[in-house]
Structure formats: C-alpha cells, structure tokens
Design a protein around this ligand. Sequence first.
Ligand SMILES: *Cc1c(COP(=O)(O)O)cnc(C)c1O
Length: 380
Amino acid sequence: MIPLSVPNLSGNEWKYIKECLDTNWVSAVGSYVDDFEKKFATFTQSRYAVSVVNGTAALHISLVLAGVERGDLVIVPNITFVASCNAISYVGAEPLLIDIDPLTWQMDLSLLESFLKEKTVQKNGQLYHKESQRRIKAIMPVHVLGNMCDMDQVMKLASDYLLEVVEDSTEALGSYYKNKHAGTFGKLGCFSFNGNKIITTGGGGMIVTDDEKLGKKAKHITTQAKAKSDEYFHDEIGYNYRLVNILAAMGVAQLEQLSGFLERKKQVTDFYNNQLKKIKGIQFQQVNPNVQPNNWLYTVMIPGQKKLIAYLNQSTIQVRPFWVPMNQLPMFKKNIYITTHDRSDEIYHTSVSLPCSTSILDQELEQVVSKIIEFDHVNG
Ligand SMILES: *Cc1c(COP(=O)(O)O)cnc(C)c1O
C-alpha cells in the first residue's frame, strides 16, 4: 500500500527518547521541553514558544488569551479541520463561517470585507454583528494545506475592525508570507504535531507569540496555573495541557529534519503538478505570489472524485477527500455562513488528497500518477 501521509522517523528520535528513559526525565519537566520550545521559537522567529499537548489545545488556550468570551463570534473559514471550530466552542463562542476563495482555498477575504462593511457596527471599541447583536471578537485565519491567504489584508481588516488575530497555522510549519513565518502575524499562532503533520511528536502542539505577557501566561495556564515553585498555590483555573519531555525529545529530532522534509514535499508537489496537468478539468491550488508554502498535503480538484477515490483506494493507493465543510456538520449548521457560490461545497465534492509522505519513493509517485491517468482514460 502507498499511504497518504505517514511520519518519517529517520533521525535522532530513538536516541533522544532513549535518553529520556535512561535518565528518568519522562514527564512534564525536562531539558527537551525547553530545548524544543527554544528551537521552535528560533525557527519561526517568534519571541515565545509554549509547547502543549496538541494543536487543538493550542487553539483553545490562544482564544482564551485573545480574550474571546462566552457568546462571542469568531471569524473562521468554512473549510477547515473541525478542531478550529471545536476550540472556538470550548470557550463558549461560536464560529462565524466564511466561504473560501476558489483559487487558493483559503478564507475569501473580499467576501469577509464586504460582510464587515455591511453587517457589522463598532461600539465602544468593540465590533458587533448588527443582526444578532453579538460581539465579534477575533478572526482565525487557517493556513489551509500550508498555503496562506494575503496576510497584509487580514491584518488590515483586523485593525480596521478591531479584531484580534489568532492564527490556526497547525498545517503551516515551514510556510512563509513575505518571508515571515506563518503563525507570527497575529497575536498568537498555533501549531500541531499530530501524526500526519509535517513534523510529528505523535501528538503535540505549540503556541507562538511575540508578546511577553501572553507567552508567560500561556505557559502558566497550560501547567495548572501553579504560582509558587515551592508550594501548591494556584492563582486561577489552569489546564493540564503541557507536552511531556519524551514527546518534546521527539520534536527536537523532527525539527532537525524539517528542512529536508520541506524540500521533499516541494519535489512531490512539483512532480504531481507537472504530471497531472494533462488531466482534463483538473484544478490545482493556487499559491499567492507572496507565499512560500510548505506543500504539506498534496490536494487537487479533479472530475469524477468519488469514483477516483474508490478506484485508487482499491489499487492500494491511499487517498481521501477534503473535510466536510463546517456548515454541513450538525453542530455548526445553524451558524452564520457567509457565501455567494458555496465554493466550500464544490471543493468538498471535487477534491482528492494524494500520497505525499516525505518518505515516498519516486517510483511510488509514478505509480500514483499512472493510476490516475488510467482512470482518466476509462472515465474521461
Ligand atoms: C491538525 C489540525 C488541527 C488540530 O491539531 P491536533 O494536534 O490534531 O489537535 C487544527 N486545525 C487544523 C486546520 C488542523 O489541520
């Protein structure tokens, strides 16, 4: 079988994890936690990086720190992994869903701008949705598939409309907009090290910020808000969201290999783009010229999607469709959804993610392509 996207553990993972076991530093404190955070901050050029148990927890805490409260609305693209919207729900707020741009598959910023212009009002330094009277506190751009939207425009809208920016950059480690790393534009940025992400700790996440107060607070509330080192005195309700030393050790080993992973992902994307362009009706994800993407998960829009997925899976090539749009999930179907053409639905019914592990062999890539061309001949 050619898997969709599997971890690549060919570096110092064993060595560093073994060291944790040998020295008994397996749990919540240990030198690898500090090391991973420092190296991650350096890589993304953020002042603070705080490791957490997964990307969803990173989003949850970041929303808390951005001041999102019960009853608020948070702007988020309708095409994202459910964790973005779940995290918004954890703080008692609700996702305000924006359709995606048909070319980049990121949040449609012109749609967002006209919504903000026509449907919102500013009162006492806060933004309100006219119709529901609810406060809109923040915007959460999601860097879908490691691509990014026009971050200058996001930041301009955020400043014009008094919105906090929390970036869901969980898929975008190694992606840049105008040479600035994803996750470092907003107040806080969130990353994930789940098994299918570009680097993995099995499960894990990171919060980055340039704000000293927020960085310290993030560490504090993700570690049970313990306020004194010599006593169990906790000064607020905290969370047990820390990443353990064993997993941080794995993270350090993965980070060492990131530049190689990025290179391989780019080769895979270039290969597929070149080989598949002869397929009639195929549409590739367009990248904003200011963006250098990490090419995390290769995805195309292709005619006959359902049949193609069945055909490839049967040929032991593991592929999968894109996420079901948020407005089509039972928990969010009553939420505000801003759209003109429901591009989210279109992409859901036409997209396929193809095998793109960093360890994939060239001959496997050729095999995937020839199966797709074979399918195209039979069905095209
Ligand atoms: C992976 C992912 C998350 C959540 O990360 P976990 O580490 O799995 O909790 C959130 N948002 C998006 C867009 C993701 O792809």
